[in-house]
Ligand binder design. Structure first.
Ligand code: UT7
Length: 325
């Protein structure tokens, strides 16, 4: 049976030039390199320049993804930006990206699911691409998380960084089997009762300010390891594959201990885990496409490989999706 699938035809990542090491942070809060490495696996993070907005990071990642797909801005009819650090309260960052890239009039909007935003965004895009409403879509995860930091809170400010990653999605004919290229299955979750574990204490309709990120890290940690596994199994089931069939596990890069904790719980060989958190820290919605782009660029991830993506973030939101590249 012939079916339309949303196929990833290009990926790209961008990290701003400015690198902030653990030692740099030890100069402003009571922390040290050893603690950060042991508890999180993070060595450094990137910080956007004062003249860079999140849309600028998104545009750089999008250009790289377009080049990898052999497409140009003129081909794009849908842009979804997953971000929690928009340029402005409105318009959507996706609309700004459309203008900066020079894409024609089309569909453009943002998805707000914090660190799960890229997984949410992919599944939303699938609703357009796999139904024939988009011929060429950009799904971008882009964040300037350093702008939400309370630089006196050592429990959060050492964990986050800035960056962007993007994929081009195009419709492709499949046979309705697990050999098809494209998005094969997903599971999304949100538990709004857990808001207080991870949130930003400001916003346009409450304080009128941007606010700062607040997190009860160890509680988020426990929730992540336990609940992500359930969503992964559900996504694999919907795709019709076993978790053990997966070639590459590409988790949201929050903390190395969470990545390996989830992999171990699911029985995934650590050699199949793409780990990039060490050099860019938690870039929220950008972290999965950044890790994907790195795995593709260094030749580990190849066309036809079966990929398992998962994330968890503020909301709390979490989710997973299975893609054959
Ligand atoms: O993107 C999704 C959202 N975020 C996450 O997934 C993050 C989830 N959580 C985590 O990654 C971890 O919980 C953390 C890395 C945030 C913390 O690790 P932990 O092993 O859960 O440590 P903890 O919060 O239980 O704190 C242990 C100790 C505390 O000191 P006391 O009370 O034992 O004296 C903290 O005050 O570590 C202290 N601490 C620090 N020490 C040095 C907290 N942050 C730091 C720091 N440097 N930066």
């Amino acid at each position: 049976m012939s079916v339309l699938r949303s196929v990833v035809t290009g990926v790209g990542g961008y990290l701003p030039e400015n690198v902030v090491t653990n030692d740099d942070l030890a100069k402003i809060v009571d922390t040290d390199d050893a603690w950060i490495r042991e508890r999180t696996g993070i060595r450094q993070r990137h910080r956007a320049g004062d003249d860079q907005a999140v849309s600028d990071l998104a545009v750089e990642a999008a250009k790289r993804a377009l080049a990898a797909a052999g497409r140009t801005a003129a081909d794009i009819d849908l842009i979804i930006v997953a971000t929690t650090t928009a340029d402005l309260t409105f318009p959507a960052t996706a609309a700004i990206v459309q203008r900066k890239l020079g894409c024609p009039v089309g569909i453009a909007f943002d998805v707000q699911a914090v660190c799960s935003g890229f997984v949410y965004g992919l599944t939303v895009a699938d609703g357009f691409v796999a139904r024939g409403h988009s011929k060429c879509a950009l799904v971008i995860g882009a964040e300037t998380m350093t702008r939400l930091m309370d630089w006196t809170d050592r429990g959060t400010c050492v964990l986050f960084g800035d960056g962007a990653g993007a994929v081009v999605l195009e419709p492709g004919e499949g046979q309705g089997t697990t050999d098809d290229r494209g998005l094969l299955g997903f599971a999304l979750r949100c538990d709004g009762t857990k808001q207080d574990l991870l949130f930003v204490d400001g916003g346009p309709s409450t304080t009128g300010t941007v606010g700062k990120l607040r997190m009860l890290g160890n509680q988020v940690f426990k929730h992540a390891v336990i609940n992500i596994s359930e969503a992964v199994v559900a996504a694999a089931k919907q795709a019709g594959v076993a978790v053990s069939d997966v070639d590459w596990f590409i988790p949201h890069q929050a903390n190395e201990r969470i990545l390996t904790g989830v992999a171990n719980r699911l029985g995934i060989d650590e050699a199949k885990v793409i780990q990039t958190v060490d050099h860019h820290a938690n870039t929220s919605a950008a972290s999965i496409p950044l890790a994907l782009a790195e795995g593709v660029a260094d030749g580990r991830i190849k066309k036809g490989d079966l990929l398992l993506l998962e994330a968890m973030g503020g909301g709390l939101t979490w989710g997973a999706c299975v893609i054959r590249l």
